[in-house]
Design a protein around this ligand. Structure first.
Ligand code: FMN
Length: 393
C-alpha cells in the first residue's frame, strides 16, 4: 500500500487500521501497545506549544459513541505524543509523533467480522481490497478503509490548527444537508455561534431538529443516509496556491476527497455556477477606500481564483454518501464459494457519517492550508521583487 502521506512541507503520514493490534494480544505485551493508529507530522516549526490535551480536544469531536446518531463502538481515542515535543510542551522542530492505541478490539466483534470475511460488503471498500490485495486483504472492520483511520488525520490537523491560530486563520465545518433536508444559509458568524450545538452540528437549529428526527427514523429501519458538510476557512491570506497543477482548489480537493465516503466537492456556488450566465456570477471588484484595498462585492467563487486564494472566505461543500454498512438484508457474493447470496451485516456502524466527519474535514483543510502557507512564505522570502504596490490589491 502506498500513498499514506499528505502534504509537501507540512506533511502527515498515517498508519493503522480499524482493528490494528487485534492479533497481537499476548500477556507479554501491555494492552496499550497491542496496536493502534500512528501519525507522524513533518514540518512543524519549533516553539509551538503542543500538549496531548490540545490534540485530544479535536479528537473528542470525532470520537464515536457520543450521541444517538453514531456508532455504539466505545473507542477512547486517547492520544499520546511520543516525539518532537520537549520541555514546557514546546515543539523542537523535529517530527511530531503521536499514537492512538486501539482499546476496542474485543474477540466477540473480531469473530463477527470473521463470519463475514468472504462476503463483499456493498458500498464498502472490501470489494476493491479483494481485487488489489487478494486473500491477505485486511477483513477486520474495513482495515485502512475504516472511518477509524481518520482519527490519525484529526490528530495531525490539531497541530495544523495551532499554526493557523498564530496566523489568524480559522477553519470551521458543519452540516448543511442531511438526507435531502437542507439548512438555511449559514454565515461564518452563525456557524461560530451555533457550532456543535446539536448532535448533527447543524448551525440552523430548527432544521437540525428535523434532520435528527429523520435520522433516528432511518436508524430504526436499520438503514443509513448521507448529506452535505460545508467548510469555511476565514482569514486565509491572498496568494496561497499555485497557478497550474497545485491550484489551492486542487490541493484542497485532494485533501477532502481522500476522506472515506466523500463523493463530491464544490467551491463557492459550485455546480450552481454552471447553470448561470457570466453576468450573474462574476464577483465584481470594488475599491474599499477605508482599507485601501480591492474587495469583491460577492464571493460566488468561494475565495479562490486561478488556483490562488484571493483573501476572501474560502467556502467548500462536500457530499457525504450514506454509511455503506447497513443492518438490512442485501444481495452479495461469497468470494470463496464464488456464488450469489444475501447477507445482513450485524456490525456496529454510524447511521450517518455527518456527526463524525466534520472534524476530519476541518483537519484536512487545515493541513492543506498550512502546507500551502509554508510554500507561499518560502517563495515570498526568496523573491527579488519585493515591490508591494500590487500586493495590497
Ligand atoms: C468518520 C467516518 C466514519 C465512518 N464510519 C463508517 C461505518 O461505521 N461503517 C461503514 O461501513 N463505513 C463508515 N465510513 C465510510 C467508509 O470509510 C467508506 O465509505 C469506505 O472506506 C469506502 O470508501 P468510499 O466510500 O470513499 O468509496 C466512515 C467514514 C468516516 C470518514
Amino acid at each position: 500500500m502506498i500513498g499514506n502521506s499528505f502534504g509537501r512541507i507540512f506533511r502527515i503520514t498515517t498508519s493503522g487500521e480499524s482493528y490494528s493490534g487485534a492479533f497481537r494480544k499476548r500477556p507479554g505485551i501491555p494492552e496499550k501497545l497491542y496496536g493502534g493508529l500512528v501519525v507522524i507530522v513533518d514540518g512543524v516549526p519549533s516553539g509551538i506549544h503542543i500538549t496531548s490535551g490540545i490534540i485530544q480536544e479535536e479528537l473528542d469531536k470525532r470520537k464515536p459513541g457520543q450521541s444517538r446518531l453514531d456508532t455504539p463502538r466505545k473507542e477512547m481515542d486517547q492520544v499520546y505524543i511520543f516525539s518532537g515535543v520537549m520541555e514546557d510542551d514546546m515543539s523542537t522542530g523535529a517530527p511530531v509523533g503521536m499514537i492512538i492505541p486501539n482499546v476496542n478490539i474485543d474477540d466477540e466483534n473480531i469473530e463477527k467480522h470473521r463470519s463475514y470475511k468472504n462476503y463483499i460488503r456493498p458500498g464498502q471498500a472490501n470489494h476493491t481490497y479483494f481485487r488489489k490485495y487478494g486473500k491477505y486483504a485486511d477483513w477486520l472492520g474495513a482495515g485502512r478503509a475504516s472511518g477509524r483511520e481518520t482519527a490519525a488525520r484529526v490528530a495531525g490537523g490539531a497541530i495544523a490548527k495551532l499554526i493557523l491560530d498564530r496566523k489568524g486563520v480559522d477553519v470551521i465545518a458543519y452540516t448543511v444537508e442531511s438526507h435531502g433536508i437542507r439548512a438555511g444559509e449559514i454565515t461564518y458568524g452563525k456557524a461560530k455561534e451555533n457550532y456543535r450545538k446539536n448532535e448533527i452540528n447543524c448551525p440552523d437549529l430548527i432544521t437540525a431538529k428535523k434532520m435528527i428526527d429523520d435520522l433516528l427514523d432511518v436508524k430504526k429501519e436499520g438503514d443509513t443516509c448521507g448529506g452535505i458538510i460545508e467548510i469555511i476557512a476565514k482569514g486565509v491570506p491572498a496568494g496561497l496556491g499555485e497557478p497550474v497543477f497545485d491550484k489551492l482548489s486542487a490541493t484542497l480537493s485532494h485533501a477532502l476527497m481522500s476522506i472515506g465516503a466523500v463523493k463530491a466537492i464544490e467551491f463557492g456556488d459550485g455546480f450552481e455556477l454552471s447553470r448561470k450566465k457570466g453576468s450573474e456570477v462574476n464577483d465584481v471588484p470594488v475599491m474599499d477606500n477605508r482599507l485601501n484595498k480591492v474587495r469583491l462585492k460577492t464571493n460566488r467563487m468561494g475565495g479562490i481564483l486561478g488556483g490562488i486564494s484571493n483573501g476572501e472566505e474560502i467556502r467548500i461543500r462536500v457530499a457525504v454518501k450514506p454509511t455503506p454498512t447497513i443492518s438490512m438484508e442485501q444481495s452479495t457474493v461469497d468470494v470463496e464459494k464464488k456464488e450469489n447470496t444475501t447477507v445482513k451485516f450485524k456490525t456496529r456502524n454510524d447511521p450517518s457519517i455527518l456527526p463524525r466527519i466534520y472534524p476530519v474535514c476541518e483537519a484536512m483543510v487545515r493541513i492543506a492550508l498550512v502546507d500551502a502557507l509554508l510554500m507561499f512564505e518560502a517563495f515570498e522570502a526568496l523573491g527579488i521583487n519585493n515591490d508591494d504596490y500590487y500586493k495590497n490589491i
